[in-house]
Unconditional design. Structure first.
Length: 441
Protein backbone atom coordinates (compact mmCIF):
# COMPACT_ATOMS: atom_id res chain seq x y z
CA UNK A 1 0.00 0.00 0.00
CA UNK A 2 1.25 3.48 -0.83
CA UNK A 3 1.74 5.83 2.08
CA UNK A 4 -0.84 8.69 1.93
CA UNK A 5 0.50 11.97 0.59
CA UNK A 6 0.26 14.07 3.72
CA UNK A 7 1.03 17.33 1.89
CA UNK A 8 -1.83 16.79 -0.53
CA UNK A 9 -4.18 16.10 2.37
CA UNK A 10 -3.05 19.23 4.19
CA UNK A 11 -3.69 21.42 1.13
CA UNK A 12 -7.34 20.40 1.22
CA UNK A 13 -7.86 21.71 4.75
CA UNK A 14 -9.43 25.17 4.91
CA UNK A 15 -7.29 27.90 6.42
CA UNK A 16 -8.12 29.34 9.81
CA UNK A 17 -8.45 25.97 11.50
CA UNK A 18 -6.94 25.27 14.90
CA UNK A 19 -4.12 22.68 15.11
CA UNK A 20 -6.50 20.09 16.65
CA UNK A 21 -9.05 20.64 13.87
CA UNK A 22 -6.33 20.28 11.22
CA UNK A 23 -5.15 17.00 12.70
CA UNK A 24 -8.74 15.73 12.93
CA UNK A 25 -9.49 16.65 9.30
CA UNK A 26 -6.24 15.05 8.17
CA UNK A 27 -7.21 11.89 10.04
CA UNK A 28 -10.62 11.87 8.36
CA UNK A 29 -8.98 12.18 4.94
CA UNK A 30 -6.60 9.34 5.72
CA UNK A 31 -9.56 7.15 6.77
CA UNK A 32 -11.23 7.67 3.38
CA UNK A 33 -8.01 6.74 1.54
CA UNK A 34 -7.45 3.64 3.67
CA UNK A 35 -11.07 2.47 3.40
CA UNK A 36 -10.75 2.62 -0.38
CA UNK A 37 -7.49 0.68 -0.25
CA UNK A 38 -8.98 -1.96 2.04
CA UNK A 39 -12.04 -2.35 -0.19
CA UNK A 40 -9.80 -3.03 -3.19
CA UNK A 41 -8.36 -6.05 -1.39
CA UNK A 42 -11.67 -7.89 -1.78
CA UNK A 43 -11.41 -7.57 -5.57
CA UNK A 44 -8.17 -9.58 -5.37
CA UNK A 45 -9.74 -12.63 -3.74
CA UNK A 46 -11.98 -13.57 -0.83
CA UNK A 47 -10.18 -15.08 2.20
CA UNK A 48 -10.56 -18.85 2.54
CA UNK A 49 -12.63 -20.52 5.24
CA UNK A 50 -10.94 -20.75 8.64
CA UNK A 51 -10.03 -24.24 9.93
CA UNK A 52 -9.73 -24.31 13.71
CA UNK A 53 -7.58 -26.78 15.64
CA UNK A 54 -8.31 -28.17 19.12
CA UNK A 55 -5.51 -26.02 20.49
CA UNK A 56 -7.24 -22.97 18.99
CA UNK A 57 -10.16 -23.72 21.30
CA UNK A 58 -7.84 -24.22 24.28
CA UNK A 59 -6.14 -20.92 23.45
CA UNK A 60 -9.52 -19.20 23.24
CA UNK A 61 -10.36 -20.47 26.73
CA UNK A 62 -7.00 -19.16 27.93
CA UNK A 63 -7.86 -15.69 26.66
CA UNK A 64 -11.26 -15.90 28.37
CA UNK A 65 -9.53 -16.57 31.71
CA UNK A 66 -6.79 -14.00 31.11
CA UNK A 67 -9.20 -11.21 30.19
CA UNK A 68 -11.57 -12.00 33.07
CA UNK A 69 -8.68 -11.76 35.53
CA UNK A 70 -7.58 -8.43 34.08
CA UNK A 71 -10.99 -6.75 34.07
CA UNK A 72 -12.44 -7.95 37.37
CA UNK A 73 -10.47 -5.38 39.38
CA UNK A 74 -11.73 -2.39 37.31
CA UNK A 75 -15.37 -3.45 37.49
CA UNK A 76 -15.09 -3.99 41.25
CA UNK A 77 -12.76 -1.04 41.88
CA UNK A 78 -15.29 1.24 43.54
CA UNK A 79 -16.34 -1.53 45.95
CA UNK A 80 -12.73 -2.59 46.49
CA UNK A 81 -11.59 0.95 47.28
CA UNK A 82 -14.37 1.42 49.82
CA UNK A 83 -13.84 -1.92 51.56
CA UNK A 84 -10.03 -1.88 51.56
CA UNK A 85 -9.66 1.92 51.81
CA UNK A 86 -7.51 2.99 48.81
CA UNK A 87 -7.80 5.79 46.21
CA UNK A 88 -7.83 5.95 42.40
CA UNK A 89 -4.07 6.34 42.07
CA UNK A 90 -3.58 3.22 44.21
CA UNK A 91 -6.19 1.42 42.12
CA UNK A 92 -4.18 2.21 38.99
CA UNK A 93 -1.07 0.97 40.78
CA UNK A 94 -2.69 -2.47 41.18
CA UNK A 95 -2.86 -2.78 37.40
CA UNK A 96 0.63 -1.33 36.94
CA UNK A 97 2.13 -3.93 39.30
CA UNK A 98 0.30 -6.74 37.52
CA UNK A 99 1.69 -5.52 34.19
CA UNK A 100 5.22 -5.09 35.53
CA UNK A 101 5.37 -8.68 36.76
CA UNK A 102 3.87 -9.86 33.47
CA UNK A 103 6.81 -8.29 31.65
CA UNK A 104 9.30 -10.03 33.93
CA UNK A 105 7.79 -13.45 33.34
CA UNK A 106 7.47 -12.73 29.60
CA UNK A 107 11.24 -12.46 29.35
CA UNK A 108 11.69 -15.79 31.12
CA UNK A 109 8.82 -17.69 29.50
CA UNK A 110 10.41 -17.62 26.05
CA UNK A 111 13.43 -19.51 27.33
CA UNK A 112 11.36 -21.99 29.34
CA UNK A 113 8.93 -22.67 26.49
CA UNK A 114 11.82 -23.19 24.07
CA UNK A 115 13.05 -25.96 26.34
CA UNK A 116 9.84 -27.66 27.57
CA UNK A 117 7.10 -26.60 25.16
CA UNK A 118 4.34 -24.00 25.05
CA UNK A 119 1.23 -26.11 25.67
CA UNK A 120 2.41 -27.64 28.94
CA UNK A 121 3.50 -24.21 30.25
CA UNK A 122 0.13 -22.71 29.27
CA UNK A 123 -1.78 -25.41 31.16
CA UNK A 124 0.24 -24.97 34.35
CA UNK A 125 -0.02 -21.18 34.18
CA UNK A 126 -3.80 -21.33 33.78
CA UNK A 127 -4.01 -23.34 37.01
CA UNK A 128 -1.74 -20.88 38.85
CA UNK A 129 -3.83 -17.94 37.63
CA UNK A 130 -7.05 -19.62 38.77
CA UNK A 131 -5.56 -20.28 42.21
CA UNK A 132 -4.37 -16.67 42.45
CA UNK A 133 -7.88 -15.40 41.78
CA UNK A 134 -9.30 -17.60 44.53
CA UNK A 135 -6.71 -16.21 46.97
CA UNK A 136 -7.50 -12.67 45.74
CA UNK A 137 -11.10 -13.20 46.84
CA UNK A 138 -9.93 -13.66 50.45
CA UNK A 139 -7.49 -10.70 50.55
CA UNK A 140 -7.92 -8.78 53.85
CA UNK A 141 -6.02 -5.59 52.88
CA UNK A 142 -4.63 -3.48 50.03
CA UNK A 143 -1.10 -4.77 50.72
CA UNK A 144 -2.32 -8.36 50.38
CA UNK A 145 -4.02 -7.49 47.08
CA UNK A 146 -0.69 -6.21 45.73
CA UNK A 147 1.11 -9.41 46.75
CA UNK A 148 -1.50 -11.71 45.23
CA UNK A 149 -1.60 -9.55 42.12
CA UNK A 150 2.06 -10.52 41.69
CA UNK A 151 1.13 -14.20 41.27
CA UNK A 152 -1.74 -13.26 38.95
CA UNK A 153 0.59 -11.09 36.89
CA UNK A 154 3.23 -13.80 36.57
CA UNK A 155 0.79 -16.47 35.39
CA UNK A 156 -1.00 -14.00 33.09
CA UNK A 157 2.35 -13.17 31.55
CA UNK A 158 2.86 -16.77 30.43
CA UNK A 159 -0.57 -16.82 28.78
CA UNK A 160 0.20 -13.53 27.07
CA UNK A 161 3.65 -14.71 25.98
CA UNK A 162 2.79 -18.10 24.55
CA UNK A 163 -0.79 -18.20 23.21
CA UNK A 164 -0.16 -16.00 20.18
CA UNK A 165 3.08 -17.76 19.17
CA UNK A 166 1.22 -21.07 19.47
CA UNK A 167 -1.47 -19.79 17.09
CA UNK A 168 1.25 -18.63 14.69
CA UNK A 169 2.79 -22.13 14.73
CA UNK A 170 -0.59 -23.73 14.05
CA UNK A 171 -1.33 -21.38 11.11
CA UNK A 172 2.03 -20.05 9.83
CA UNK A 173 0.78 -18.93 6.40
CA UNK A 174 -2.25 -16.94 7.54
CA UNK A 175 -1.54 -16.07 11.15
CA UNK A 176 -3.02 -12.56 11.07
CA UNK A 177 -6.57 -13.84 10.57
CA UNK A 178 -6.33 -16.53 13.24
CA UNK A 179 -4.65 -14.17 15.70
CA UNK A 180 -7.49 -11.67 15.35
CA UNK A 181 -10.08 -14.43 15.74
CA UNK A 182 -8.58 -16.11 18.82
CA UNK A 183 -7.77 -12.75 20.41
CA UNK A 184 -11.46 -11.97 20.02
CA UNK A 185 -12.05 -14.24 23.00
CA UNK A 186 -10.08 -11.77 25.13
CA UNK A 187 -12.87 -9.32 24.34
CA UNK A 188 -15.54 -12.00 24.84
CA UNK A 189 -14.17 -12.62 28.33
CA UNK A 190 -14.36 -8.92 29.12
CA UNK A 191 -17.94 -8.64 27.85
CA UNK A 192 -19.15 -11.63 29.83
CA UNK A 193 -17.27 -10.70 33.01
CA UNK A 194 -18.32 -7.07 33.19
CA UNK A 195 -21.96 -7.75 32.37
CA UNK A 196 -22.35 -10.58 34.85
CA UNK A 197 -20.20 -8.96 37.55
CA UNK A 198 -21.92 -5.60 37.12
CA UNK A 199 -25.34 -7.20 37.47
CA UNK A 200 -24.31 -9.22 40.52
CA UNK A 201 -22.72 -6.19 42.22
CA UNK A 202 -25.89 -4.17 41.60
CA UNK A 203 -27.88 -6.98 43.27
CA UNK A 204 -25.61 -6.78 46.31
CA UNK A 205 -23.42 -9.83 45.70
CA UNK A 206 -19.95 -9.42 47.22
CA UNK A 207 -17.05 -8.83 44.88
CA UNK A 208 -15.23 -11.64 46.71
CA UNK A 209 -17.80 -14.22 45.59
CA UNK A 210 -17.49 -13.06 41.98
CA UNK A 211 -13.67 -13.21 41.94
CA UNK A 212 -13.68 -16.65 43.56
CA UNK A 213 -16.15 -17.97 40.96
CA UNK A 214 -13.94 -16.74 38.09
CA UNK A 215 -10.97 -18.50 39.64
CA UNK A 216 -12.87 -21.77 39.93
CA UNK A 217 -14.17 -21.69 36.36
CA UNK A 218 -10.74 -20.68 35.06
CA UNK A 219 -9.30 -24.08 35.92
CA UNK A 220 -11.17 -25.45 32.89
CA UNK A 221 -8.65 -23.68 30.67
CA UNK A 222 -5.77 -25.48 32.36
CA UNK A 223 -7.49 -28.81 31.77
CA UNK A 224 -8.02 -28.10 28.06
CA UNK A 225 -4.34 -27.27 27.53
CA UNK A 226 -3.02 -30.28 29.41
CA UNK A 227 -5.44 -32.68 27.69
CA UNK A 228 -3.96 -31.63 24.33
CA UNK A 229 -0.35 -31.40 25.55
CA UNK A 230 0.56 -34.49 23.50
CA UNK A 231 -0.24 -32.65 20.26
CA UNK A 232 1.70 -29.63 21.48
CA UNK A 233 4.75 -31.85 22.02
CA UNK A 234 4.64 -32.83 18.33
CA UNK A 235 4.84 -29.16 17.38
CA UNK A 236 7.62 -28.44 19.86
CA UNK A 237 11.27 -28.58 18.82
CA UNK A 238 13.57 -28.14 21.85
CA UNK A 239 15.92 -25.16 21.56
CA UNK A 240 18.84 -24.44 23.87
CA UNK A 241 18.91 -21.37 26.10
CA UNK A 242 21.95 -20.11 24.19
CA UNK A 243 20.14 -20.28 20.83
CA UNK A 244 17.05 -18.61 22.27
CA UNK A 245 19.16 -15.81 23.72
CA UNK A 246 20.90 -15.43 20.36
CA UNK A 247 17.55 -15.04 18.58
CA UNK A 248 16.54 -12.32 21.05
CA UNK A 249 19.80 -10.44 20.52
CA UNK A 250 19.42 -10.47 16.73
CA UNK A 251 15.86 -9.17 16.93
CA UNK A 252 16.72 -6.39 19.39
CA UNK A 253 19.46 -5.14 17.06
CA UNK A 254 16.99 -4.53 14.24
CA UNK A 255 15.83 -0.96 13.91
CA UNK A 256 12.49 -2.14 12.54
CA UNK A 257 11.75 -4.08 15.70
CA UNK A 258 11.82 -0.92 17.82
CA UNK A 259 9.30 0.76 15.52
CA UNK A 260 6.92 -2.14 16.07
CA UNK A 261 7.72 -2.06 19.79
CA UNK A 262 6.61 1.59 19.93
CA UNK A 263 3.44 0.70 18.00
CA UNK A 264 2.68 -2.05 20.52
CA UNK A 265 3.26 0.35 23.43
CA UNK A 266 0.81 2.96 22.12
CA UNK A 267 -1.76 0.47 20.81
CA UNK A 268 -1.85 -1.39 24.13
CA UNK A 269 -1.98 1.92 25.98
CA UNK A 270 -5.17 2.95 24.20
CA UNK A 271 -6.73 -0.46 24.88
CA UNK A 272 -5.67 -0.43 28.54
CA UNK A 273 -7.03 3.04 29.22
CA UNK A 274 -10.57 2.15 28.15
CA UNK A 275 -10.50 -1.41 29.50
CA UNK A 276 -9.46 -0.39 33.00
CA UNK A 277 -11.12 3.00 33.52
CA UNK A 278 -14.43 2.82 31.64
CA UNK A 279 -16.37 1.25 34.52
CA UNK A 280 -15.08 3.81 37.02
CA UNK A 281 -15.72 6.64 34.52
CA UNK A 282 -19.36 5.60 34.19
CA UNK A 283 -19.85 5.50 37.97
CA UNK A 284 -17.95 8.64 38.97
CA UNK A 285 -18.57 10.98 36.02
CA UNK A 286 -22.10 9.90 35.09
CA UNK A 287 -23.39 8.59 38.43
CA UNK A 288 -24.03 5.15 36.98
CA UNK A 289 -24.73 1.94 38.90
CA UNK A 290 -22.38 -1.05 38.80
CA UNK A 291 -24.78 -2.51 36.22
CA UNK A 292 -24.31 0.57 34.02
CA UNK A 293 -20.55 0.46 34.60
CA UNK A 294 -20.47 -3.14 33.41
CA UNK A 295 -22.57 -2.25 30.38
CA UNK A 296 -20.19 0.58 29.47
CA UNK A 297 -17.14 -1.67 29.58
CA UNK A 298 -19.13 -4.33 27.70
CA UNK A 299 -19.88 -1.83 24.91
CA UNK A 300 -16.17 -1.14 24.48
CA UNK A 301 -15.26 -4.83 24.68
CA UNK A 302 -18.17 -5.70 22.39
CA UNK A 303 -16.74 -3.40 19.74
CA UNK A 304 -13.40 -5.16 20.13
CA UNK A 305 -15.09 -8.56 19.97
CA UNK A 306 -16.96 -7.75 16.76
CA UNK A 307 -13.90 -6.09 15.26
CA UNK A 308 -11.53 -8.97 15.93
CA UNK A 309 -13.90 -11.64 14.66
CA UNK A 310 -14.69 -9.57 11.55
CA UNK A 311 -11.06 -8.66 10.84
CA UNK A 312 -10.03 -12.27 11.36
CA UNK A 313 -12.65 -13.43 8.88
CA UNK A 314 -12.37 -10.77 6.18
CA UNK A 315 -8.99 -8.98 6.29
CA UNK A 316 -6.16 -10.89 4.58
CA UNK A 317 -2.60 -10.90 5.87
CA UNK A 318 -1.29 -8.43 3.27
CA UNK A 319 -3.81 -5.76 4.37
CA UNK A 320 -2.89 -5.66 8.05
CA UNK A 321 -0.99 -2.38 7.76
CA UNK A 322 -3.93 -0.69 6.04
CA UNK A 323 -6.20 -1.95 8.80
CA UNK A 324 -3.85 -0.62 11.50
CA UNK A 325 -3.59 2.85 9.96
CA UNK A 326 -7.33 3.08 9.41
CA UNK A 327 -8.13 1.98 12.95
CA UNK A 328 -5.64 4.29 14.66
CA UNK A 329 -6.80 7.33 12.67
CA UNK A 330 -10.45 6.55 13.46
CA UNK A 331 -9.56 5.98 17.11
CA UNK A 332 -7.96 9.40 17.29
CA UNK A 333 -11.19 11.01 16.12
CA UNK A 334 -13.61 9.13 18.36
CA UNK A 335 -11.44 9.42 21.49
CA UNK A 336 -11.92 13.19 21.50
CA UNK A 337 -15.68 12.83 21.79
CA UNK A 338 -15.90 10.31 24.66
CA UNK A 339 -15.05 12.72 27.52
CA UNK A 340 -17.62 15.17 26.10
CA UNK A 341 -20.54 12.69 26.05
CA UNK A 342 -23.49 14.18 27.95
CA UNK A 343 -25.51 10.99 28.45
CA UNK A 344 -24.89 7.32 29.09
CA UNK A 345 -26.55 6.35 25.82
CA UNK A 346 -24.20 8.54 23.80
CA UNK A 347 -21.23 7.37 25.86
CA UNK A 348 -22.05 3.69 25.30
CA UNK A 349 -22.34 4.17 21.52
CA UNK A 350 -19.00 5.99 21.39
CA UNK A 351 -17.35 3.31 23.52
CA UNK A 352 -18.55 0.64 21.09
CA UNK A 353 -16.98 2.54 18.19
CA UNK A 354 -13.79 3.01 20.22
CA UNK A 355 -13.70 -0.76 20.74
CA UNK A 356 -13.90 -1.28 16.98
CA UNK A 357 -10.94 1.04 16.43
CA UNK A 358 -8.78 -0.61 19.09
CA UNK A 359 -9.70 -4.21 18.19
CA UNK A 360 -6.95 -4.99 15.71
CA UNK A 361 -3.98 -3.36 17.46
CA UNK A 362 -2.50 -6.13 19.58
CA UNK A 363 -2.94 -9.16 17.25
CA UNK A 364 -2.40 -7.31 13.98
CA UNK A 365 0.76 -5.47 15.04
CA UNK A 366 2.26 -8.78 16.12
CA UNK A 367 1.08 -10.62 13.00
CA UNK A 368 2.33 -7.85 10.71
CA UNK A 369 5.67 -7.65 12.53
CA UNK A 370 6.40 -11.36 12.04
CA UNK A 371 6.07 -10.78 8.28
CA UNK A 372 8.43 -7.81 8.34
CA UNK A 373 11.04 -9.16 10.78
CA UNK A 374 12.47 -12.42 9.47
CA UNK A 375 13.54 -14.02 12.76
CA UNK A 376 12.19 -16.51 15.31
CA UNK A 377 8.46 -15.72 15.45
CA UNK A 378 7.99 -16.82 19.06
CA UNK A 379 10.66 -14.43 20.28
CA UNK A 380 9.23 -11.60 18.16
CA UNK A 381 5.82 -12.14 19.78
CA UNK A 382 7.30 -12.22 23.28
CA UNK A 383 9.50 -9.16 22.86
CA UNK A 384 6.63 -7.15 21.38
CA UNK A 385 4.40 -8.19 24.28
CA UNK A 386 7.15 -6.93 26.60
CA UNK A 387 6.46 -3.48 25.14
CA UNK A 388 2.68 -3.82 24.90
CA UNK A 389 2.09 -4.72 28.53
CA UNK A 390 4.02 -1.70 29.93
CA UNK A 391 1.98 0.48 27.56
CA UNK A 392 -1.21 -1.06 28.94
CA UNK A 393 -0.13 -0.63 32.57
CA UNK A 394 1.64 2.74 32.35
CA UNK A 395 -1.22 4.45 30.54
CA UNK A 396 -3.64 3.07 33.11
CA UNK A 397 -1.50 4.39 35.95
CA UNK A 398 -1.01 7.84 34.36
CA UNK A 399 -4.77 8.26 33.88
CA UNK A 400 -5.30 7.37 37.53
CA UNK A 401 -2.70 9.89 38.73
CA UNK A 402 -4.16 12.68 36.56
CA UNK A 403 -7.70 11.77 37.66
CA UNK A 404 -6.68 11.99 41.32
CA UNK A 405 -5.36 15.55 40.80
CA UNK A 406 -8.14 16.74 38.44
CA UNK A 407 -11.03 14.55 37.24
CA UNK A 408 -11.29 11.26 35.36
CA UNK A 409 -12.97 13.16 32.53
CA UNK A 410 -9.88 15.35 32.16
CA UNK A 411 -7.55 12.37 32.25
CA UNK A 412 -9.46 10.78 29.33
CA UNK A 413 -8.20 13.64 27.13
CA UNK A 414 -4.78 11.97 27.22
CA UNK A 415 -6.06 9.05 25.13
CA UNK A 416 -6.32 10.89 21.77
CA UNK A 417 -2.61 11.66 21.95
CA UNK A 418 -1.90 7.96 22.44
CA UNK A 419 -3.77 7.23 19.20
CA UNK A 420 -1.93 10.06 17.45
CA UNK A 421 1.42 8.64 18.55
CA UNK A 422 0.42 5.29 17.04
CA UNK A 423 -0.49 6.92 13.71
CA UNK A 424 2.91 8.62 13.57
CA UNK A 425 4.68 5.37 14.48
CA UNK A 426 2.96 3.45 11.67
CA UNK A 427 3.93 6.13 9.16
CA UNK A 428 7.54 5.95 10.40
CA UNK A 429 7.45 2.16 10.01
CA UNK A 430 6.74 2.56 6.31
CA UNK A 431 9.80 4.77 5.93
CA UNK A 432 12.07 2.37 7.81
CA UNK A 433 11.10 -0.67 5.76
CA UNK A 434 11.04 1.19 2.45
CA UNK A 435 14.77 1.92 2.90
CA UNK A 436 15.69 -1.53 4.17
CA UNK A 437 14.45 -5.01 3.48
CA UNK A 438 12.56 -6.86 6.25
CA UNK A 439 15.67 -8.86 7.10
CA UNK A 440 17.79 -5.78 7.49
CA UNK A 441 15.35 -3.43 9.17
Amino acid sequence: MRVPNWRVIEVGIPSGRTPCEKVSLSSASVIVILLTDLALSFQQGYPSTMRLHRLDYASSSGFLLYSSSSVITPICLVHLSRELNFNLAQGGAVEAIRCLLMVLILLVSGFVAARWGKVRMLGLSAFVLSTGLVLYAFAPSYATVLIIMGAIGLSSGVLEALINPLIHELHPNDSGRYLNFVNGFWSAGIVGTVLIAGELLTRGVSWRVIVCAIGGLGSISGILFLVHASHGSRLHKPVSFADTFGHAQKILRRRGFWVFAAAMFFGAGAEGAYTFWTATFVQLQHGGTPRAAGLGTACFAGGMLLGRFAFGRFVPQHRLRTLLLLSSAAGFLVSWTIPMADSLTTLFMLLFVAGLTVACFWPSIQGYATDRISHDATMVFILLSCMGIPGFGLTTWVLGVVAEKTTLRTSFLIIPFVFLALVVTLVVESGVFSRHSGAQA
